[in-house]
Structures are given as structure tokens and as C-alpha cells.
Design a protein around this ligand. Structure first.
Ligand SMILES: NC(=O)c1ccc[n+]([C@@H]2O[C@H](COP(=O)([O-])OP(=O)(O)OC[C@H]3O[C@@H](n4cnc5c(N)ncnc54)[C@H](OP(=O)(O)O)[C@@H]3O)[C@@H](O)[C@H]2O)c1
Length: 257
């Protein structure tokens, strides 16, 4: 791949996306940072010369098509795209309505498609590239209160894994990232003992494994292993109880240190 890389990151105003933008910009790569909150992107660009703020809403297909093609024209192509923008509301049965599920579909599924399709077209026209989707371990095994979110993340993983078969021979490769809990505003209020990494550490790990061309990137290892086992285990032994046990053990270790 050419150096510096030309990288587009959706959801770069916060959390994992912002940490990825900071990581790549610090290494001298060209970064297009996409999100709705333009003021946060401008702050990022003020601190880091190689970041271009690109205010946009991933659920707007025409807007994303324009934005991605303009970035590619400006830089002569795109090497790497992070499909990272996402929302993660809890699915509660009380007060349940279709609107909340639709919001998740609009951002996590339609928004991802609105990013992937023009990005792939640009990459095919310029000889190749890599699409990296930030899915989740919640997309690997069903979890309580995460029906819509988990399903949207399973969709992204399945979509990119299948696309990789079609596009790989033409030089466009896909990677799927499935993190456990990472400390970002999305998981504010989650049990601290379940959070495995800060956003900066997660971004460095992701960038390193993407640079090695890994197709499936799951972390942390222990939770990833549990989710793999949980896909085979009976429902009574499912991941939520395993995660709770893990959190309890971590808390006990913390108290005894
Ligand atoms: N944190 C975790 O534990 C965890 C675990 C597994 C997977 N993930 C995934 O990692 C990704 C990043 O999440 P995070 O934890 O970093 O959360 P976050 O801090 O809440 O960041 C979410 C980002 O998505 C952007 N976004 C949301 N809706 C958008 C829209 N319609 N158009 C453009 N951008 C939009 C937000 O920007 P604006 O609001 O400015 O638009 C923000 O930059 C998500 O896909 C999430 O599902 C997170």
C-alpha cells in the first residue's frame, strides 16, 4: 500500500473512531474524519494537521456518496476505510417500539452500506484497498437487551465476510473487528469490571492487526473465546452469565491487590 495511507473513518468524533483518527494522524497518514458533530471534528483537525473534518450523516446515502468521492478525488484514491459509526441502544421490552430498532438499522446497517458501496467503487477504480467494519462480540452470540444492536453487528460481519470473497480477487479486502467492551461514551454506565480497554489502546491494537492484513479481529481474547463457546453452549450457559462471573472475579482480584 502507498505511504502515507489515505484513510476515511466514520464516527470519528468520539470513542474508537476518534482514537483511530488520532493514531493514524500521529503516524503521518492522511485521515478523513466523518461524523455529524462538526465542532468535535474541527477540534480534532486543529490538533492534528493531517485530519480533514468531513461533517456528514452516514444514514444519508447521497451525502455519503458525495463525501467519499470528493475525498478520493482530493487525494487520488482511498486505501483504507473504517466503517465505525454506530449507535448502541439497549433493547427493552417495556415501552418497546419499532422506531428504536429502525434507528439502529438506519445507522448500523443502512449507514454502513452507504459507506461501503461508494468506498468499494472508488477502491476498485484505483486498484484496491481495505474496508474494516467495526462489528462487536455482541454480534457473535445473542445477548439480553441487545437484540437489535447484536443483529445489526452480526449483519455487518456477515456482509463484509461475504463481500471479501467477491472483492478479494479484485484487490479490495475486508476485515471485521469484534471488540468486547471498550471505554467510550457508548458504554457509559456499563459495569466497569467488564470494560477491557480504553479507546486508545483498542485503536492501537486494531490498527496493528489491520496492518497485518487480518480478516477477523476479536478482542479481548478471553471474552472472544467465551463468545465462541457460547455459540455452541445451551442457552442456560450463555455468555451473559459467563461475563458476570468474569466481572466478579476481576472485582475480587482488584479488592485483594
Ligand atoms: N465501546 C464498545 O464497547 C464497543 C464494543 C463493540 C463495538 N463497538 C462499536 O464501535 C463503534 C464505535 O463506537 P464507540 O464505542 O466509539 O461509540 P461512541 O463514542 O458513541 O462513538 C460513536 C460514533 O459514531 C458516530 N455516529 C453515530 N451516528 C452517526 C451518524 N448517523 N452519522 C455519522 N456518524 C454517526 C458518532 O458521531 P456523531 O454523533 O458526531 O455523529 C460517534 O463519532 C460502533 O460501531 C460500536 O457499535 C463499540
Amino acid at each position: 500500500m502507498p505511504q502515507p495511507l489515505r484513510i476515511l473513518i466514520t464516527g470519528a468524533s468520539s470513542g474508537i473512531g476518534r482514537a483511530l483518527a488520532e493514531h493514524y494522524a500521529a503516524a503521518g497518514h492522511i485521515v478523513g474524519a466523518v461524523a455529524r458533530r462538526g465542532e468535535l471534528l474541527s477540534d480534532l483537525a486543529e490538533r492534528l494537521d493531517s485530519v480533514t473534518p468531513l461533517q456528514g450523516d452516514v444514514s444519508n446515502a447521497a451525502g455519503m456518496d458525495q463525501l467519499i468521492r470528493a475525498f478520493a478525488r482530493q487525494h487520488g484514491g482511498i486505501d483504507l476505510v473504517y466503517v465505525n459509526a454506530g449507535i448502541g441502544q439497549r433493547s427493552e421490552i417495556e415501552g418497546w417500539d419499532a422506531g428504536r430498532t429502525r434507528q439502529i438499522i438506519d445507522v448500523n446497517i443502512i449507514g454502513a452500506t452507504n459507506t461501503i458501496v461508494p468506498a468499494v467503487e472508488v477502491m476498485l477504480a484505483h486498484g484496491g484497498g481495505r474496508i474494516v467494519g467495526i462489528s462487536s462480540l455482541a454480534g457473535r452470540t445473542p445477548l439480553p437487551h441487545a437484540a437489535a444492536y447484536g443483529a445489526s453487528k452480526a449483519w455487518l460481519a456477515f456482509y463484509l465476510d461475504s463481500l471479501d470473497m467477491d472483492l478479494g480477487p479484485r484487490g479490495v479486502h475486508c476485515s471485521i473487528v469484534m471488540p468486547g467492551y471498550v471505554a467510550t461514551p457508548m458504554v457509559d454506565g456499563a459495569d466497569a469490571a467488564l470494560v477491557s480497554a480504553g479507546a486508545r489502546r483498542a485503536a492501537a491494537l486494531i490498527a496493528d492487526r489491520v496492518a497485518r492484513g487480518e480478516r477477523i479481529i476479536r478482542f479481548p481474547r478471553r471474552v472472544a473465546m467465551l463468545t465462541s463457546l457460547a455459540t455452541l453452549a445451551p442457552r442456560s450457559m450463555r455468555i451473559s452469565s459467563q461475563l458476570k462471573r468474569l466481572a466478579k472475579r476481576k472485582q475480587q482480584r482488584g479488592r485483594s491487590q
